[in-house]
Design a protein around this ligand. Structure first.
Ligand SMILES: C[S@@+](CC[C@H](N)C(=O)[O-])C[C@H]1O[C@@H](n2cnc3c(N)ncnc32)[C@H](O)[C@@H]1O
Length: 272
């Protein structure tokens, strides 16, 4: 069995990597534009999972720095807190908030350490793709369950395990399944792909961790979609072409129940 990495080393490594991505103006670090802020919820909640009125709702944008998510939810009337590990990503939120005269709170912490917030402090938690940056997703779910009020909505998006297992570039036989499903430790690094962030340590979470973990943390799942990025016309090897074969992301709508789920790990798999 591989030695588990020091949790602080993972955070330090990923913080530095995201700060570098901001310096490079990577796509995922770009702030919301005028159109996105005007369209408000339609941009970030195309399925209407949050209803049509966010005014006065306390929204936690978790691991969501970069000046996009937070400002859009604030423009839609939410009372927004943005949490992120990367100071540079949070600085983008503060800049956008200043320019657009939005009230926005930023907190630098890891998504599995939300002890600075009260129990049930938020009505809604929005969690864009980020759970891949930590090995233990159950710890994140436990924290979200603590800060979300009973009946509150938790919308999270994740990289699918199949996508993380699959080669980025096709071989003659197509996109090969290269990584084991049952695995521990960070995934091998990949450069130059929109599917993986350069310099970051990323981890695969199995479906039993992604979905079963939510149930065990005290959530019920109300909906689940795989946003379609498949593009029939796109060239072989492109993001849109690969997405015809493997869904890159899954988006889950969960609701916090009043009932505590068990926190013990339920898996029939014993790492060897
Ligand atoms: C794909 S970005 C999400 C935000 C992006 N601007 C968007 O609109 O989708 C992932 C974010 O997760 C943050 N992150 C990585 N590890 C984290 C951790 N352990 N705790 C909190 N945030 C983390 C990164 O700094 C980055 O801002």
């Amino acid at each position: 069995m591989t030695e588990p990495l020091d949790p602080q080393a993972i955070l330090d490594r990923n913080r530095r990597a995201w700060d570098r991505l901001v310096a490079r103006d990577d796509g995922f670090t770009r702030p919301a534009d005028d159109q996105a802020c005007r369209d408000g919820l339609r941009t970030v909640d195309p399925l209407g999972w949050l209803g049509d009125d966010l005014r006065g709702k306390r929204v936690l944008c978790l691991a969501a720095g970069g000046g996009r998510q937070g400002p859009i939810y604030a423009s839609a009337g939410g009372i927004v807190t943005v949490v992120d590990l990367s100071p540079a990503m949070l600085e983008r939120d503060r800049q956008v908030a200043l320019e657009r005269r939005l009230d926005l709170r930023t907190v630098e912490t890891s998504m599995d350490d939300l002890g600075m917030f009260d129990v049930g402090e938020f009505d809604v938690v929005i969690h864009p793709v980020a759970t891949c940056y930590l090995p233990d997703i159950a710890a994140v779910y436990r924290q979200v369950a603590r800060v979300l009020r009973s009946g509150g909505i938790y919308v999270s998006q994740h990289k699918t395990p199949t996508s993380l297992q699959t080669a980025i570039a096709p071989s003659e036989r197509g996109y090969l399944l290269e990584e084991p499903y049952y695995r521990t430790g960070p995934l091998p690094e990949v450069a130059g792909s929109r599917l993986r962030e350069e310099g970051c340590l990323e981890f695969l979470h199995r479906w039993e961790e992604l979905i079963g973990g939510l149930c065990r943390a005290g959530f019920v799942i109300e909906d689940l979609v795989e946003p379609c990025h498949a593009k029939a016309e796109d060239p072989i090897g492109s993001f849109g072409h690969r997405a015809r074969f493997v869904a890159p992301y899954v988006r889950i709508k969960a609701r916090r129940t009043g009932v505590e789920g068990g926190t013990e790990r339920r898996s029939l798999w014993i790492p060897s």
